[in-house]
Design a protein around this ligand. Structure first.
Ligand code: PGA
Ligand code: MG
Length: 224
């Protein structure tokens, strides 16, 4: 057990992209459709991966800047991207190994679960439903649910409020420095998975209370 996780935890706030579901294929396919529609060159998977985690606006702006597209293409790009994503959500995405076991074990401990993502809420709820994960989460909040997104602590604090748990008793589990920074600033303990997207940087270099290779490894780190 890690010292920072020694308190009894009542809830967990879990990130979606890169933590529960590997959605890189969905992002890449929707961006390909957008770039084709804008007559811009496509970008490689690793470039897309490095931009995931800060919401759709950031992703689209970063990709358009990467290919050197004029800034006034943004609105058309946004519309095309949203249409494409809505049509393919979940098709090129897979639940990571260990996720279903980890979630079942946390629920068996009586922990309440919320999903908090920077992805638009509509896409997040649809994806969880398509992958059979929706019934596990009491609340689902997307990047458009609150005035600010992670790494700001606001969405984490609001999610704690919705669950009715204090930040100190609410574990955040994510895959990137955005999750860790938001959790730290909110006063929540935080674990990071080692398999997700962290802007092309090693996740173990991010300040967190621990790192897990699988969500199935989380319960062993918590106090009985
Ligand atoms: O950037 C996104 O849209 C998804 O980010 P997430 O890791 O918060 O789910
Ligand atoms: Mg993530």
């Amino acid at each position: 057990m890690l010292p920072s996780l020694s308190r009894p935890l009542q809830a967990a706030i879990i990130d979606l992209d890169g933590t529960l579901v590997d959605t890189l294929g969905d992002f890449h396919a929707a961006l390909d459709a957008m770039l084709d529609a804008l007559a811009q060159p496509r970008v490689p998977r690793e470039v897309v991966e490095s931009f995931i985690g800060k919401g759709s606006e950031h992703l689209i702006r970063s990709v358009l800047a990467h290919v050197g597209a004029p800034a006034d293409l943004y609105q058309r790009g946004w519309d095309r991207y949203q249409d494409a994503y809505r049509g393919l959500n979940g098709r090129h995405a897979e639940v990571y190994a260990g996720v279903r076991e980890g979630i079942a074990a946390l629920r068996a401990r009586g922990m309440r679960l919320a999903c908090l993502t920077n992805k638009p809420g509509e896409f997040a709820s649809d994806l969880l439903r398509l992958k059979g994960l929706a019934p596990d989460f009491e609340r689902v909040f997307g990047g458009d649910a609150f005035a600010r997104k992670k790494p700001d602590p606001l969405p984490v604090l609001k999610t704690c409020e919705a669950l009715g748990t204090s930040p100190a008793a609410t574990l955040v589990i994510g895959d990137s420095r955005n999750d860790a920074a938001a959790a730290r600033a909110a006063g929540c303990p935080v674990l990071l998975v080692t398999y997700g997207y962290n802007h092309g940087q090693p996740v173990r270099a991010v300040d967190a209370d621990g790192y897990v290779d699988s969500l199935a490894d989380v319960p062993a780190l918590l106090r009985d």
